[in-house]
Design a protein around this ligand. Structure first.
Ligand code: NAD
Ligand code: IPM
Ligand code: MN
Length: 390
């Protein structure tokens, strides 16, 4: 029996609640599919920082590294200055574990209503692939003459050929396993140096993927195209900050932040990947018990796919989708059920739902990721994922 060690960082605000609900689905999937999950909680986030002054120490990084994957809820707390937890924990872990690729599917599930008219399950199924360790997130810079009228802030953006190539390669592999379309999203009309490097990288790597068509959309125009015509996109590859912004937009299109999943993915498998919803700690609804755990549960499904448990991933995804289709509302008290109740419902559904046909999953992200995990090399894995599932 396969056995996996999962590190669980609930974090702040709604993070612990949605993560607990997601774990219920994971345990049900493990029981159904015949593998075991040993989940270990890590006390990290605002409370611990306020108590001890420590955000993340080397021992904890080493302990996390011993796990097969990490599930993260969210961090961020109004009592802690912006950036301390976000940079000190999330960005630090993404860098420490070489999670260079952030995978954020934008998929409208059947029976779920998009707030944007005309968006349907048929025309909304794309994946944002976001470079996850560089750009403006590297954090270098300075603020001189602070607090005076002469203040000057410098915020450096770093774009390396290596990280760009790794992200773009992954995006092409995914596009090849899906519908064969890749779109670069950037601001090449203004950010000439970084944009040029991204475009050259896409053009060069694209030559090795003749079956994948690629095009380009500026990040500002993306904010129109993504909501109005999501069907034109299959895989969108983009830099760190643009990816952050357009993935919240994508989340809205697919029904809200409570539904948008993500993976901080280490494509070389040299350290654990970390699976976390796109949303944050939502302090405005923390403690109310009505956060939607679907985003966390779908992130956990990506985790199962990343571990190579493709059938379990597809079952958990289908269970979440089936529960979502029944909800009278996708967020807030009008959902009619608490976060915890939704977790139980998802877990029950995992046990009873018919396993999705491999045919239907052939081009799905879960299949591609699962194939990648099983196949060893990314290329072979994704190709195998497609072939085996189809
Ligand atoms: P947020 O994503 O936490 O919330 C934005 C809005 O979406 C809020 O109105 C919230 O109630 C709603 N929302 C979010 N998740 C929901 C869910 N599961 N169900 C229903 N509604 C949901 O963004 P924010 O308010 O800008 O940030 C809050 C804190 O979280 C900040 O400290 C920020 O830095 C941090 N943050 C952390 C992460 C992360 O840990 N991955 C991501 C984004 C923001
Ligand atoms: C996200 C968040 C993070 C980001 C923050 C919390 C560091 O907004 O995961 O989308 O900007 O990447
Ligand atoms: Mn974000």
């Amino acid at each position: 029996m396969n056995a996996y060690k999962l590190a669980v960082v609930g974090g702040d605000g709604i993070g612990p609640d949605v993560t607990r609900a997601a774990l219920a689905g994971v345990h049900a999937a493990a029981a159904r599919c015949g593998f075991s999950i040993e989940a270990t909680d890590f006390d990290l986030g605002a409370e611990r920082y306020l108590r001890t002054g420590v955000v993340l120490e080397e021992e904890t990084v080493s302990a996390l590294r011993e796990h097969d994957a990490i599930l993260l809820g969210a961090v961020g707390d109004p009592r802690v200055a912006p950036g301390i937890l976000e940079r000190g924990l999330i960005v630090a872990l993404r860098v420490a574990f070489a999670q260079s690729v952030n995978i954020r599917p934008v998929r409208l599930y059947p029976g779920v209503e998009s707030p944007v008219r005309g968006v349907t399950a048929q025309n909304c199924d794309l994946v944002v692939i976001r470079e996850n360790t560089e750009g403006l997130y590297t954090g270098g810079g300075s603020l001189s003459h602070a607090g005076t009228e002469h203040a000057v802030a410098l915020q450096n953006s770093i774009t390396t050929a290596a990280a760009t190539a790794e992200t773009v390669e992954f995006a092409f592999q995914l596009a090849q396993a899906r519908r064969g379309r890749l779109t670069l999203c950037h601001k090449t009309n203004i950010l000439l140096h970084a944009g040029g490097l991204w475009q050259d990288t896409v053009d060069q790597i694209g030559q090795r993927y003749p079956q994948v068509e690629h095009d380009y959309v500026h990040a500002d125009a993306m904010c129109q195209h993504l909501p109005l015509d999501p069907g034109r996109f299959d895989v969108v590859v983009t830099d760190n900050l643009f990816g952050d912004i357009i993935s919240d937009l994508g989340a809205t299109v697919q029904g809200g932040l409570g539904l948008a999943a993500g993976a901080n993915y280490n494509p070389r498998g040299t350290a654990p990947s970390m699976y976390e919803p796109v949303h944050g700690s939502a302090p405005d609804i923390a403690g109310k018990g009505w956060a939607n755990p679907a985003a966390a549960a779908l992130s956990a499904a990506m985790c199962l796919a990343g571990l190579g448990e493709r059938t379990a991933a597809l079952i958990l995804e289908a269970a979440v989708a089936s529960v979502l289709a029944e909800l009278p509302s996708l967020a807030g008290p009008d959902m009619g059920r608490s976060t915890e109740e939704l977790g139980e419902l998802i877990a029950d559904r995992v046990s009873s739902i018919e396993a999705p046909q491999s045919e239907a999953g052939a081009r799905s992200l879960m299949s591609a990721l699962g194939g990648l995990a099983l196949g060893g090399t990314a290329q072979g894995g994704l190709a195998q994922g497609h072939a085996a599932a189809g």
